[in-house]
Design a protein around this ligand. Structure first.
Ligand code: SF4
Length: 256
């Protein structure tokens, strides 16, 4: 994809960098490993620091928007890969408002895929706003417990935004998504040196549940420790050519 290494989006945008763990899925957070432990750009955690990205970087979505408009298309932006847009901290309030008012509102040819692990904060923020229809709200779900708590809350927000999506990654156990209110579902196993195993039957089950509910599903990767397939060459299990044919499902919703 154009400005992202992530297979399911055209662009990735981080309004700021830094976050705090908020889910079992955060245990091996790659953003923390990179931006705290490796580059020392911020201190991770509740009492850590957050770093706003540069003014020139904030201009990029406007450039993507102009190009998309010229071509008469819409393109997707994943926001954020190195933070959580809805982290609840006083120092992020104005940055979040800037993101909505100065960037999202002014880029109608971009579909904003806001992925959070904090649906309660998202609900509070979106409650009194006129949310542009190109905003899609996504929640990460790794365990059944998270699913049971989060899905009813997401369902309440579905009419407020352009679409709802789930990111079931890293998938840590089988999930029953029977009450699924989503317009799109992304799933995959965990990657990295400390990755936890992901049984491909869990991924197949999500694929089948989405199919029954007529929800497009995107299988991103089988993870670094996939169970139920022969050893893969790709470290993240992200090369679909190596997978059993039935797992090669990479569907997109109709955005708009
Ligand atoms: S919410 Fe995302 S960015 Fe924040 S700690 Fe968890 S995995 Fe990392």
């Amino acid at each position: 994809m154009e400005n992202s290494k992530i297979e399911w989006t055209h662009h990735t945008f981080n309004s700021w960098i830094g976050c705090a763990h908020n889910s079992p899925g955060c245990l091996n957070c790659y953003a923390e490993a990179m931006m705290d432990k490796r580059y020392h750009r911020v201190k991770w955690g509740k009492d850590g620091t957050r770093s706003r990205t540069s003014e020139s970087y904030w201009k990029q979505p406007h450039k993507w928007n102009r190009k998309a408009a010229e071509r008469g298309v819409t393109e997707t932006v994943f926001c954020a890969s190195l933070a959580d847009v809805f982290e609840d901290r006083d120092d992020l309030i104005n940055w979040r408002l800037d993101l909505f008012d100065e960037v999202i509102e002014k880029t109608p040819n971009l579909i904003w895929l806001l992925l959070t692990k904090r649906v309660d904060v998202a609900a509070k923020f979106l409650q009194f706003r006129q949310v542009p229809s190109q905003v899609w709200l996504g929640q990460s779900i790794c365990t059944q417990r998270e699913s049971d708590v989060v899905i009813p809350k997401l369902a309440k927000l579905q009419k407020k935004v352009g679409g709802i999506f789930l990111s079931c990654e890293p998938l840590l156990e089988p999930l029953d998504l029977s009450a699924l209110p989503a317009n799109w579902c992304i799933t995959g196993g965990e990657s990295g040196p400390s990755a936890r195993p992901c049984d491909v039957t869990w991924i197949r089950s999500i694929r089948d549940q989405c199919k029954s509910a007529e929800i497009p599903v995107f299988i991103k990767q089988l993870g670094s420790k996939p169970v139920g397939v022969p050893k893969l060459r790709s470290a993240k299990g992200g090369d679909a050519e190596e997978w059993p044919q039935d797992l090669r499902v990479r569907e997109f919703p109709v955005f708009g």
